[in-house]
Write a protein that binds this ligand. Structure first.
Ligand code: ASP
Length: 358
């Protein structure tokens, strides 16, 4: 009898549903999606991107593992990518038509859906921190241009000179765009926006996104990254999303909110689905993961139908950390308390399953 019980326990333990606890925390990050070509990327370049992604992921993971807030984790991860010249955010942002770097960012707290955003900012080293200050220290959600900079100074942010943000590679992209009458996508081949989403051990979600926009942008153009509902959204009842891609399309689809709204609806129905005979089926963990992935993919397909491309990262209250993109690659990473820890660049490079085992 004892042997039988031990055997049953063994069988149960080896079943994925019992193998591990659901992740207590999870985090996903991105450094932009795009038409990335493995052949065009040198091993050195790849290693540099992977190292910065891993540093950002580790900074966020450490905070979450120690019981810190999702909000703090995403800020820590995004600041590292803003400070890296490799990504199109903070230092290393793309150039506008007029030869300036204009930064956009947004952040949202899933607990109370408090949100902050800034656009067209030229003097703030870490726009994500300014967006967060708008969230916590103003009665507004969205500040732009000069006004946002005045607000920054009033809250003690240092004024950075334009040279801080400018990098030769981005300037060269602007010059080529102008000389050869190319589009932003022709010269960049990718969107280098950065973002992070996290679930903490208290069950709270947060999302943030930061960008320089698209090379050669003019007339005060603003994309989806600083728009709550398009590039960023977080709601403890559904998910946290950060997007990267051709902003105009993401705005029209309302990508981040759309994904969260669909997930909220699915959750309201207790994840119920129906088999071919019409009988109600209660999904297991793997089927739930498939549902989350399907929802993200469906919204990205909607973007593609309109002619846009890009990608999203999302986490759920169950601990899923999921990517969806319709480009050949997306700089990305994810980690969970269940032992997932990986960064990837091209499509299909993930090693871990994102199914929370519960
Ligand atoms: N979504 C950003 C924008 O349209 C660009 C990016 O993702 O890199 O401004």
């Amino acid at each position: 009898m004892k042997k039988l019980l031990a055997l049953m326990a063994l069988v149960l333990m080896s079943h994925p549903a019992f193998a591990e606890e659901a992740p207590k925390w999870s985090i996903a990050i991105h450094g932009g999606a795009g038409t990335l070509d493995p052949k065009a990327m040198t091993p050195e370049k790849r290693a540099a991107y992977e190292a910065d992604l891993q540093r950002a992921l580790d900074a966020g993971s450490k905070i979450l593992a120690e019981g810190g807030a999702a909000m703090d984790a995403i800020k820590a991860a995004i600041v590292i990518m803003e400070d890296s010249p490799l990504f199109n955010a903070g230092k290393g942002a793309v150039f506008t038509w007029d030869g300036t770097n204009e930064l956009d960012a947004s952040i949202m707290d899933g607990r109370d859906r408090s949100a902050g955003a800034v656009a067209g900012v030229k003097t703030v080293k870490n726009p994500i921190l300014l967006a967060d200050t708008v969230r916590t220290q103003s009665e507004h959600v969205f500040l732009v241009g000069k006004g946002a900079e005045e607000f920054a100074v009033s809250k003690g942010f240092a004024v950075m000179p334009p040279e801080y943000f400018a990098t030769p590679a981005r300037l060269e992209a602007l010059e080529r765009l102008k000389a050869e009458k190319l589009s932003a996508l022709d010269v960049d081949h990718k969107f280098g926006t950065v973002g992070a989403v996290a679930l903490d051990q208290q069950g709270n979600l947060a999302a943030g996104t930061s960008t320089g926009g698209m090379t050669g942008k003019r007339w005060g153009r603003v994309g989806d990254a600083p728009m709550i509902g398009a590039g960023t959204y977080a709601d403890n009842r559904s998910c946290a999303v950060s997007a990267t891609g051709w902003g105009e399309y993401f705005i029209r689809v309302g990508v981040a909110h759309e994904i969260c709204a669909r997930l909220k609806a699915v959750r309201a129905l207790n994840w119920l689905s129906f088999d071919t005979k019409g009988a109600a089926v209660t999904p297991d963990a793997e089927e739930k993961t498939a549902t989350v992935q399907e929802i993200a993919d469906a919204v990205m397909a909607d973007v593609a139908d309109l002619g846009g491309d890009g990608g999203v990262i999302l986490v759920t209250p169950e601990g899923h950390a999921i990517f969806s993109f319709n480009t050949t690659g997306m700089y990305r990473g994810r980690a969970t308390s269940a032992g997932v820890n990986e960064v990837a660049i091209f499509g299909g490079e993930e090693k871990a399953s994102s199914t929370p085992d519960h």
